[in-house]
Ligand binder design. Structure first.
Ligand code: FEO
Length: 396
């Protein structure tokens, strides 16, 4: 499969309808993904990025249907991660001398992945590759999301090849933002941002401001995953600016795990208390052992506050609670509040441990949390309801 996206650019990537896990098991891809590779034809012919290794043979065969490989003058590796460079060994076995343009780190990382001495050409921000009527301009995008990441801008077509930035793990044969269901598209885009880009938010703001300051017209943004931004392409850059500035909706997310439903009943009753105090707050409740962890992280991203609960076990907390707290800590959320809750039988450390973990994760702890013995009775549940009411106050 390939399709023309403009007079000069043809998509030659791979839609992966069946992928359900990415980065090992760290990211759920419930809607599949695509690895977008682009062929730019001017007086010179340029290939931008490739696909993941399992699709390497299919990719090269498909590319041969589109062009004689010997006509490719340059290859651009915007990012060395194997979902985009995985077809290099297959491709370079046929055209080993074609120069590969990438950042200094890109060359270093590609060498470490594939142990081949390909013809790397290192580029920096502002470097230009003349390809005929048009030019390709390189913009380093360090830590968005790897130290090697880079964007490539095609003049004439005013197209930004942004690699992972502005991407989504979303398989659709429709491929354009004005064709697909926009609720699905933005849900996948915010999930991608929340789970991958949150730690790099200050750099996102700087990079977008830098690109806007170049005053380059942008008619299309072609990321390396998912849908191409063709209609009002800068809307996704504007969304990124919003998301990068400690994004919050009027939402509280409650995350818990439970052994015999005591902590679940606490979670639901705390939620009732919040709603009794303020019906305008969106409350989302997740059992961390039963829900997709990336969906939970996306809701944490949208929240002003999170409440995390676990039954006590073995002087500690349940494993799914520990796992989601570890993910949350790694993402470095800023300007969010938190508190802990949980039921216990005798030693009862869970609330203290969760509070400590939330504090280490950078959340503002609003109180010492609430714990209840065994199966909470009506008096205990009243305390949980009042806890919920009191929490509403602290997000005003
Ligand atoms: Fe899609 Fe960072 O690779």
């Amino acid at each position: 499969m390939s399709f023309k996206i403009s007079d000069t650019v043809t998509w030659v990537g791979k839609i992966d309808w069946e992928l359900r896990e990415y980065h090992g098991k760290e990211y759920s891809t419930n809607k599949g993904t695509s690895y977008n590779s682009y062929l730019v034809r001017d007086e010179k012919t340029v290939l931008i990025d490739t696909v993941w290794q399992p699709y390497a043979k299919e990719f090269v065969a498909n590319l041969k249907n589109e062009i004689d490989l010997n006509k490719i003058d340059y290859i651009i590796a915007n990012h060395s991660e194997i979902d985009h460079s995985g077809a290099f060994p297959e491709l370079m076995s046929e055209i080993p001398n074609v120069p590969i343009y990438c950042t200094k780190n890109g060359a270093k990382f590609l060498k470490a992945h594939y142990h081949q001495n390909w013809n790397f050409v290192e580029v920096k921000t502002g470097d230009i590759l003349e390809i005929g009527k048009n030019k390709l301009i390189f913009v380093e995008a360090r830590m968005l999301h790897w130290p090697d990441s880079m964007f490539t801008y095609l003049t004439g077509e005013n197209t930004l090849f942004s690699n992972d930035a502005f991407g989504q793990h979303y398989a659709s044969e429709l491929m354009y933002n004005d064709k697909v269901d926009n609720a699905e598209l933005f849900q996948e885009a915010i999930k991608y941002y929340a789970n991958i880009l949150t730690p790099f938010s200050p750099l996102v703001v700087k990079k977008i401001e830098e690109i806007l300051s170049l005053n380059l017209p942008v008619d299309m943004i072609c990321p390396s995953h998912g849908i191409i931004w063709k209609q009002n392409p800068l809307q996704i850059a504007n969304k990124y600016m919003e998301w990068a500035k400690n994004y919050k909706e009027n939402q509280i997310t409650i995350i818990y795990d439970t052994m015999w439903n005591g902590t679940r009943r606490m979670a639901e009753t705390i939620a009732e208390g919040i709603t009794e105090a303020n019906k305008d707050i969106t409350i989302k409740i997740f059992n961390s052992s039963k829900n997709d962890k990336n969906d939970i992280v996306t809701e944490v991203f949208k929240s002003k506050m999170i409440l995390v609960g676990s039954s006590a076990i073995n002087n500690g907390i349940l494993s799914s609670t520990a796992a989601i707290l570890e993910m949350i800590k790694g993402l470095g959320f800023k300007d969010k509040k938190a508190a802990a809750f949980g039921s216990y039988g005798w030693s009862g450390e869970s609330v203290k441990i969760i509070t400590e973990e939330l504090n280490k994760a950078g959340f503002e702890i609003i109180n010492e949390g609430i714990r209840e013995l065994w199966n909470p009775d009506e008096i205990a549940l009243d305390r949980c309801r009042n806890f919920g009411k009191s929490i509403e106050e602290s997000i005003k």
